[in-house]
Design a protein around this ligand. Structure first.
Ligand code: SF4
Ligand code: SF4
Ligand code: SF4
Length: 184
């Protein structure tokens, strides 16, 4: 909601989405019922990928990766073809039918340029979100792990580190459902 507020996004445009993932089961063991049910939330926006497939497929170079790694849409160059939305495995680019151009998380580049945190980072009441140099984040939180339902990171090399829930992936496969997407 902080992202929507900062970027004045209309209903249906959510540059940051929160996915609720649940899984596990109840089992009867003798007279007892045991369970390994779990739930976790995954807050995802654009990952400002090291290998941004969105930019590679943009026919007008409206999507560009800045020196500091931020991948931005130049709204003046965008022709609204939606190629970037089709190829991004994270669903990050979102077309605005009113303006006819694509929008997506720009890591609050204007705030970054002023030395400030992105809106979503400062708004998180649990201090779950963080931002910074990728290598520094890896040092701070450890090597990135695969988290269900994120796509294989080899596709675009996302610049994101998730300290995952114990049931969220790592080396063991997860059987889980996406129960809810915050689609305000
Ligand atoms: S998450 Fe999608 S839109 Fe963002 S840089 Fe990666 S490929 Fe591009
Ligand atoms: S919708 Fe805009 S930003 Fe996306 S690929 Fe087409 S021209 Fe590029
Ligand atoms: S960094 Fe800024 S644009 Fe990106 S999700 Fe957070 S608030 Fe939205």
């Amino acid at each position: 909601m902080a992202c929507k507020d900062k970027n004045d996004l209309p209903v249906g445009q959510n540059w940051r989405r929160v996915y609720e993932v649940t899984g596990g089961e109840w089992r009867k063991e003798g007279a007892a019922w045991r369970n390994d049910v779990f739930a976790y939330n995954l807050s995802i926006s654009c990952n400002h990928c090291e290998d941004p497939i969105c930019a590679h497929h943009c026919p007008t170079q409206a999507l560009l990766k800045r020196e500091d790694g931020i991948v931005k849409v130049d709204r003046n160059r965008c022709i609204g073809c939606k190629y970037c939305a089709w190829v991004c495995p994270y669903g990050a680019p979102q077309f605005d039918p009113v303006t006819g151009v694509m929008g997506k998380c720009d890591l609050c580049a204007d705030y970054i340029d002023q030395g400030k945190n992105p809106s979503c980072v400062d708004a998180c009441p649990m201090r779950v979100l963080d931002v910074g140099d990728y290598d520094h984040l890896v040092q701070k939180y450890g090597a990135p792990e695969h988290v269900h339902p994120m796509p294989d990171s080899s596709l675009t090399q996302p610049s994101i580190v998730v300290r995952s829930h114990p049931k969220a992936g790592g080396s063991s496969p997860v059987v889980a459902n996406i129960e809810e997407v915050d689609d305000a």
